[in-house]
Write a protein of this length. Structure first.
Length: 373
């Protein structure tokens, strides 16, 4: 713990005293390089904005003024790198980690944090396996794949009334998980899965996969993976004349999808994303404005969740009157919180109870909310 002279006061005997400032390190980890760097930077900015606000409040915890300090690391979206940077954050003495972005990174990194008794709370990683690990220091302020994959399958079958779907996933923990849920739910809804195909999170050429899919005449192509590869898939769908809509989970639900795909699937791409639409939240438009003025950039996808997660951790510290994870993590498990995203209560596995999810449609190059629950 670091101390510095932060304030001067006078005690009852008239002597001046120095009130020491406690530095609380907050880690954030995500892909700051590579194909998902836009998302990683967006998440980091959400955490930084929250820390700026916390420091402006000049909080006092356990009788000490507290200053929060960001420690950001690049996990490259790679599980092995993620474990290494998780250990680095632990060694740096962080009190909490807001991250990671990718489920495939969060799952192995979670053990590092839990063993060190450091709180980890992700605003994005959606694979259900993360919280099924049963780690008491791990939390998810996001909707899991069981909800998102199921919701977009329900929408495809019950609202759009499609009957035939092809499924492609990138074999990551996230992509495979959300694809499996879509497939199971689609079949329960009476849809026929005409093809199940596999790529990787680095695939750029989908023509072989799409040639096989086209012969099966699907109405829907579900892609389990992230927006960079999904955009390439979309462009190649059009090139090869695959006459189907593209659907997916939150991994493809990014404004970057439209730009990278040249918007070739306008009105033909649908995705499910955790949370309510930002502009529908009471403080959503204000958050968007503050984000833009601070970073000269627009909100991408999960900055609001990473922002809210950071503030929630600080709120738990205040309620526990301690910056020790052993103390404030118990508060996170037991109490309810008010956040920009809405009411938050965690279940006994660390999942957000009744986490909302919204279906979006790409329209006019923008993601337009259609259905929220």
């Amino acid at each position: 713990m670091m101390f510095s002279v932060a304030a001067i006061g006078v005690n009852t005997f008239g002597f001046s005293y120095a009130n020491a400032e406690t530095i609380v390190k907050i880690g954030t980890a995500g892909p700051l390089t590579g194909s998902s760097a836009q998302s990683g930077k967006d998440d980091e900015r959400g955490v930084q904005l929250a820390i700026n606000e916390l420091n402006s409040r000049k909080l006092v915890i356990a009788g000490q003024p507290v200053k929060f300090q960001l420690v950001s690391v690049d996990d490259q979206g790679d599980p092995k790198v993620g474990v290494n940077v998780a250990q680095k954050l632990v060694d740096d003495g962080v009190a909490a980690v807001i991250g990671h972005y990718n489920s495939g990174v969060s799952i192995p990194a979670a053990r590092i944090y839990n063993d060190a008794h450091v709180v980890m709370i992700t605003g994005a990683s959606s694979n259900p396996q993360l919280t099924k690990l049963g780690f008491p220091y791990v939390y998810r302020l996001a909707t899991n794949d069981n909800v998102m994959g199921g919701r977009i399958a329900d929408y495809s079958a019950k609202v759009l009334n499609y009957k035939r779907a092809a499924v492609v996933d990138d074999r990551t923990a996230y992509g495979a998980g959300v694809a499996d849920v879509f497939l199971r739910t689609a079949e329960k809804n009476g849809m026929t899965i005409v093809s199940r195909e596999y790529s990787t999170d680095k695939t750029t050429d989908f023509k072989g996969i799409l040639t096989h899919i086209k012969a099966q005449n699907p109405q829907v192509v579900f892609y389990g993976g992230y927006y960079t590869q999904a955009a390439m898939l979309a462009r190649q769908m059009v090139d090869l004349g695959v006459n189907a809509i593209l659907v997916g989970g939150d991994g493809i639900c990014s404004p970057e999808f439209s730009r990278l795909s040249n918007n070739v699937l306008d009105n033909k791409m649908f995705c499910a994303q955790g949370g309510a639409p930002l502009d529908s939240l009471p403080d959503g438009k204000n958050f968007r404005s503050k984000f833009k003025s601070t970073f000269s950039a627009d909100v991408d996808t999960y900055a609001p969740a990473f922002y809210a997660a950071t503030l929630l951790v600080a709120d738990a510290m205040q309620k526990a009157n301690s910056t020790s994870p052993e103390a404030y993590s118990k508060v996170m498990r037991e109490q309810s919180f008010t956040s920009m995203l809405g009411p938050v209560k965690f279940d006994d596995q660390g999942d957000w109870v009744d986490a909302p999810v919204t279906v979006y449609k790409l329209s006019g190059g923008n993601l337009t909310p259609l259905q929220a629950k």
